[in-house]
Write a protein that binds this ligand. Structure first.
Ligand SMILES: [Cu+2]
Length: 152
């Protein structure tokens, strides 16, 4: 009897820990302020990393000629003239990898002017899934603890 109570307490405690222990940096939505420069035929930086739910503010500039920014999956498009700054702001609500590419024909290698936005998973979802698994495992262990008794 006592062993069963201990199982229940341990399982509940584990669920609480997984659900509530803060993981700084990952838990809270952040605002990323990114300066993205473009010139033939690349973006600097070429890869942006955020997490789902984060707000992304991009100050988009061009160093040589007019360049564009088209973000696949999010359908965001803009262009900027050299010397100017275009602000792009959005919430990264879709997880996954998305390419962004130049939408202005800027030269012979223009089709290869591609960057990547990586939107990492929402950790709240992972926590919920982990909590559920612990709950299921705990329930199975609890039920299994009755197994021997029924035959006695
Ligand atoms: Cu281009």
């Amino acid at each position: 009897m006592k062993a069963r109570l201990i199982i229940v307490v341990i399982v509940l405690a584990l669920m609480m820990v997984v659900m509530l222990v803060p993981i700084p940096y990952l838990s809270k939505p952040r605002t990323h302020h990114i300066t993205l420069d473009s010139q033939r035929y690349e973006y600097d930086p070429g890869r942006l990393e955020v997490h789902q739910g984060d707000t992304v503010i991009i100050d988009f500039t061009a160093s040589d000629v007019v360049h564009g920014f088209y973000l696949e999956g999010y359908g965001i498009e803009t262009r900027v003239e050299p010397g100017l700054t275009k602000r792009i702001e959005f919430v990264a609500d879709k997880p996954g990898k998305f390419r962004f590419r130049c939408s202005v024909t800027c030269g012979s290698m223009h089709p290869f002017m591609i960057g990547e936005l990586v939107v990492g998973p929402n950790t709240t979802l992972y926590r919920a899934a982990a909590t559920m698994l612990i709950g299921i495992a705990g329930t199975l262990i609890y039920l299994w603890s009755f197994k021997g008794e029924q035959h006695e």
